[in-house]
Design a protein around this ligand. Structure first.
Ligand code: SAH
Length: 268
């Protein structure tokens, strides 16, 4: 943020020329107020965030009123939720609701998950910035963008081609360079790129897919919804001595579909 840097260097000069202090500070303050309404706040926009962002304050409200009260604590996850422009991932007709506390339709009978669920599933992966992550169910691409803010490299697979193509286009437009997208059945994972330090599945299979467990690195975590009529989030952690398994809260996800359905582009 250029003005913040300017503020810093001007303050450094204070020691050398005390008479200029009030004038310089006043000039900076005025520039700040006139040119940048958000000046002085921590700069949270990054590679993925848009520079012109009319929805920024709504997004901060989403974090303050949904994500933090929802129990998410990891400061990196919280910062990513403040940065990624969710409104760019939802269809135009739902753009106004992009920061509301619910899942939204994205076409083809699929949904973008509720923000707090995206944040808490992401938090459970304990990403530090060095990981190679696999996502099954790209959908809108929003979860992939959150992961890309927090990990080194993201691989994401979507079964429904038009969704996968749209997500890839939005992610490119937003400047994400560390996401690789693929169209196909994610049940089999991405064996050529395995092992993964973290795997997240955003559609529910009846049972955990064995190929995904096989593609989990030692120390790696896999989170997914499992079940049909009733579903639970399940977290696996591969330790050097084996797999740990934790059942978390009940959830409601779209099913993980096993074979490519006929596409009806005219009937989303
Ligand atoms: N992570 C998404 C949410 C997507 S909803 C987001 O942030 O928007 C789940 C997605 O999983 C849907 O888009 C659905 O088409 C996809 N899906 C279902 N079965 C799949 C499979 N076998 N392989 C890959 N994707 C699948």
């Amino acid at each position: 943020m250029t003005l913040a840097t300017a503020t810093h260097s001007s303050v450094m000069q204070e020691n050398h020329n005390r008479s200029l202090v009030p004038a310089i500070l006043w000039a900076i303050l005025t520039l700040c107020v006139v040119l940048m309404p958000g000046c002085g706040e921590q700069d949270l926009e990054s590679s993925g965030g848009s520079i012109e962002d009319p929805r920024r304050s709504e997004r901060h409200r989403m974090v303050d009123e949904q994500i933090i009260p929802g129990g998410v604590r990891d400061p990196r996850v919280i910062a990513a939720m403040r940065r990624v422009p969710r409104h760019r991932f939802v269809p135009d007709e739902y753009a106004l609701e992009a920061y509301a506390d619910n899942a939204l339709p994205i076409g083809h009978k699929q949904t973008i998950s509720q923000p707090v669920l995206v944040a808490s599933m992401t938090e459970s992966l304990k990403l530090t910035g060095h990981e190679k992550v696999l996502e099954i169910g790209t959908g809108s691409g929003y979860q992939a963008a959150i992961l890309a803010e927090l990990a080194r490299q993201v691989y994401t697979i979507e079964l429904v081609e038009p969704l996968g193509r749209r997500a890839a286009a939005v992610l490119t437009e937003l400047g994400y360079r560390n996401i690789v997208t693929r169209i196909g059945d994610g049940y089999h994972g991405w064996p050529e790129e395995a092992p993964f330090d973290a795997i997240i599945v955003t559609a529910a299979p009846p049972d955990v897919p064995q190929p995904l467990l096989d593609q989990l690195a030692i120390g790696g975590r896999l989170i997914l919804p499992v079940g049909e009529a009733s579903q639970y989030l399940v977290l696996y952690h591969r330790t050097p001595s084996g797999l740990e398994f934790t059942r978390l809260e009940p959830v409601r996800f779209v099913p993980l579909v096993r074979e490519t359905p006929p596409h009806r582009d005219d009937h989303p």
